[in-house]
Unconditional design. Structure first.
Length: 64
């Protein structure tokens, strides 16, 4: 749970930085962004699945 929270917090920080860079100072009204628990779980599951698949693929290449 803690890893997922850290990961989502990093995504939120990146989003906020990018939107701040795009908007002019007069338009810096922050967009409200929220991620539902189901969406964050799905995102975390997809990231972990992709990471595991990549690491397994790398191991197969190194063994061959």
């Amino acid at each position: 749970m803690e890893v997922k929270s850290i990961y989502v917090a990093n995504i939120m920080k990146t989003y906020e930085k990018l939107t701040a860079q795009i908007k002019s100072p007069k338009e810096q009204i922050a967009d409200k962004l929220s991620i539902s628990p189901q969406a964050s779980k799905r995102l975390f599951d997809e990231v972990m699945a992709n990471t595991i698949k990549k690491s397994l693929t790398d191991e197969e290449i190194n063994e061959g």
